[in-house]
Design a protein around this ligand. Structure first.
Ligand SMILES: [Zn+2]
Length: 404
């Protein structure tokens, strides 16, 4: 089943009142299949089946019903009954915007027996291998019915089915705590620029959803529009840069400056900033995939993102009068190199090799960068930092932690 490797896998979540439900979606399209498992079965049981069905063109969703897997565990025993189960499936279909779906499950006979006992007011028998997190006090009427095939029940209104949704690729720039359980995630997206959105409930469970939304994560996200902050409802990891950058101190410190710079140079929320997005993804790729030295990737990124933001430095012609170089004076406030007539007091006098490598970093001439001596690269980094600090008006916090 090698084709199943090509299937996309997205983790999503939605809410019924205050209870959070998590699911995994495999594949895409309108042919929905919902797979459920009883309380006694591990939540990952359907993952392989989901991938195989998705590879055959179906849009498969494995839902963790309340009390199971990554979803919340309500105290109320009524949440563990057939009507509650049906409501959760209908709410899922509403959330997904699925008009109809095939709903299937496994290991249903014990669940049906549980349901009969629940209606008779009797406790289910103890079973070997039952999950540790079973609530001892709650009467477990774990009703897991067995609908097989056929259309889903009609959609309920009043869930989040009517909320406008959009999807985009993004890099996570920053996360902040919100309330007791939520996080605000600042994203730099491909099509919507900078977006600040809420990831609900990710701090109160051990959710895989939250783990996909760490700084540096390159993700495909689905968001629901809201009056203040949009809400992230699904996240698929495109590249696990968060763990890879986090495992390398030099990459982490350089990357942190990149994220902070990107957030500050993209000044308007939801204004497309595709070039900044591509520069950031390219820089993460250059560090993590191409193995380029983080300090060089950072300098190239800073010069280019400043250029994209309208602060292109000049390393050949005079930044004031345009006279062709090479020139010897560098001044961040003037925009780069200055000729002898335009030269300002206090300008730096970098080595000519340093000026050449600055131009190479800006244009992406990695052959020249690779052939440059370390001391000139270090001097170039100093000038890039001065240039950046001038244009952002104050030094970036993270620059002080950067080891040069
Ligand atoms: Zn000049």
């Amino acid at each position: 089943m090698t084709t199943s490797r090509l299937v996309s896998e997205r983790v999503g979540q939605f809410f019924i009142d205050d209870d959070r439900l998590e699911y995994t979606a495999f594949g895409g399209g309108d042919r929905w299949v919902v797979l459920l498992q009883s309380q006694l079965v591990p939540r990952t049981m359907h993952d392989r089946l989901g991938r195989v069905l998705a590879a055959a063109g179906m849009h498969v969703v494995t839902l963790d019903l309340l009390g199971h897997g990554r979803s919340d565990r309500p105290e109320d025993p009524k949440e563990y009954s057939v009507p509650a189960w049906a409501e959760q499936v209908v709410a899922l279909l509403d959330h997904l915007g699925a008009e109809q779906a095939v709903v299937g499950g496994t290991s249903l006979e014990p669940a049906a027996a549980d349901d009969r006992r629940a209606r008779a007011g009797r406790r289910p028998p103890a079973r070997p291998g039952a999950p540790r997190r079973r609530r001892p006090d709650a009467r477990r009427g774990a009703g897991r019915g067995a609908p097989r095939g056929g259309p889903a029940p009609p959609r309920l209104s009043g869930h989040n089915g009517s909320v406008p949704l959009y999807r985009d690729e993004a890099v996570v720039l920053r996360t902040q705590k919100l309330g007791e359980a939520d996080r605000i995630i600042t994203l730099l997206t491909r099509r919507h620029g900078r977006v600040r959105a809420v990831a609900k409930g990710v701090r109160r469970t051990s959710s895989r959803f939250g783990a996909r939304l760490e700084p540096f994560s390159h993700v495909d996200v689905q968001l629901a529009e809201a009056r203040s902050l949009d809400v992230i409802t699904q996240a698929e990891t495109l590249e696990p840069y968060a763990s890879r950058v986090g495992a390398d101190y030099a990459a982490y410190t350089a990357g942190t400056v990149m994220l902070e710079t990107a957030e500050r140079l993209v000044t308007e929320d939801k204004e497309p900033a595709v070039q900044q997005y591509l520069l950031l993804v390219g820089a993460l790729r250059a560090m993590c995939d191409a193995g380029r030295p983080p300090a060089q990737v950072l300098d190239a990124f800073l010069l280019r993102s400043l250029a994209v933001a309208g602060y292109a430095p000049s390393f050949d012609g005079c930044a004031r009068c345009g006279l062709e170089g090479p020139h010897v004076a560098f001044n961040p406030s003037a925009g780069g190199m200055l000729c002898s007539d335009c030269r300002l007091p206090g300008s730096a006098r970098p080595a000519s090799e340093t000026v050449r490598v600055l131009g190479a970093l800006l244009s992406g001439d990695w052959a020249t960068v690779g052939a440059t001596e370390e001391r000139h690269l270090r001097e170039a980094s100093t000038l890039v930092a001065a240039y950046l600090a001038w244009h952002l008006e104050r030094g970036l916090k993270s620059l002080t932690h950067l080891q040069r």
